[in-house]
Design a protein around this ligand. Structure first.
Ligand SMILES: Nc1ncnc2c1ncn2[C@@H]1O[C@H](COP(=O)(O)OP(=O)(O)OP(=O)(O)O)[C@@H](O)[C@H]1O
Ligand SMILES: [Mg+2]
Length: 253
């Protein structure tokens, strides 16, 4: 008995077999959405309030958002209630993180607060933890601690943070006397450092002064290529998202 010759593979079979692309041809994974660093011209200018309002406005526009405070100082060992990191998490509804990534007692700049408890901040670890929160679908908002040059470590400030995260900056300034100088100083250093600025939010304080009504118009005359909006001081928090809608539009992909 003769053995039948082996079956020939038809060319159709060969053609339908999926061809594995070479390494160079493999599509690169989608990029995470750009990170936004919310920095103030000073402490207590309304960074958390504005970031929470932005998170709500973006959420209402259908955008997934995570908002995080990398380092928070002035924290209580027993309770995180009312902290910036907690307020941010409540605004987005995110599962994690529920508070700032690093928390220290003592109202001071992060580097100072960490030193006062004998700790060194692991900056690189902090950066990778933040980067992991930004995805192709999730917009990450990062609230800074104080102004641009406020030290996060003894060698890294918020300009370094913006560079390490490839973040764009949204600058929050209080709409009161002195803000023209503080805003221009911040924008000048951001420009020198080639950090991209999405816009300036002039946030009205509870007690306006004689400059409050004119600062925005003056800054518009003095600043080129950076949008500036004014946000009113609101007693009704349910109006916050609507009040920052224009600034939220700057951040949408
Ligand atoms: N537009 C606003 N309308 C109503 N209340 C506001 C507004 N902006 C800020 N506030 C209130 O002003 C106070 C200071 O604001 P906020 O905590 O956001 O400042 P901050 O810049 O985040 O301060 P910190 O430097 O401590 O992080 C808070 O009580 C906040 O709720
Ligand atoms: Mg804050």
């Amino acid at each position: 008995m003769t053995t039948p010759p082996p079956k020939k593979r038809s060319s159709t079979t060969r053609a339908s077999k999926p061809v594995r692309p070479s390494r160079e041809e493999e599509p690169s994974p989608p990029e995470p959405l750009p990170i936004t660093l919310v920095v103030g011209t000073d402490v207590a200018v309304g960074k958390t309030w504005i970031t929470c309002a932005l998170a709500r406005a973006l959420g209402e526009a259908g955008q997934l958002v995570v908002a995080v405070k990398p380092i928070e100082t002035g924290c209580d060992e027993l309770s995180s209630q009312g902290e910036d990191g907690v307020r941010l998490a409540e605004a987005t509804g995110q599962v994690a993180p529920r508070h700032a990534l690093l928390r220290f007692p003592g109202h001071a700049a992060p580097a100072v607060a960490a030193a006062s408890v004998g700790t060194d901040i692991d900056y690189d670890n902090l950066i990778s933890r933040m980067r992991s929160l930004a995805t192709p679908d999730t917009l990450l908002l990062v609230e800074g601690a104080g102004g641009l040059l406020s030290p996060l470590t003894w060698s890294d400030n918020h300009l370094d943070l913006a560079h390490s995260l490839d973040a764009r900056v949204l600058l929050v300034a209080a709409d009161r006397r002195g803000t023209i100088n503080h805003t221009l100083l911040s924008l000048r250093v951001l420009g020198v450092e080639k950090v991209s600025v999405v816009g300036v939010v002039l946030n009205q304080p509870a007690g306006p002064d004689a400059s409050t009504r004119g600062n925005a118009a003056s800054l518009v005359r003095l600043v080129e290529h950076v949008p500036i909006v004014t946000v009113p001081h609101l007693t009704d928090p349910s109006l916050a998202a609507e009040a920052v809608k224009e600034a939220a539009g700057w951040l949408l992909p």
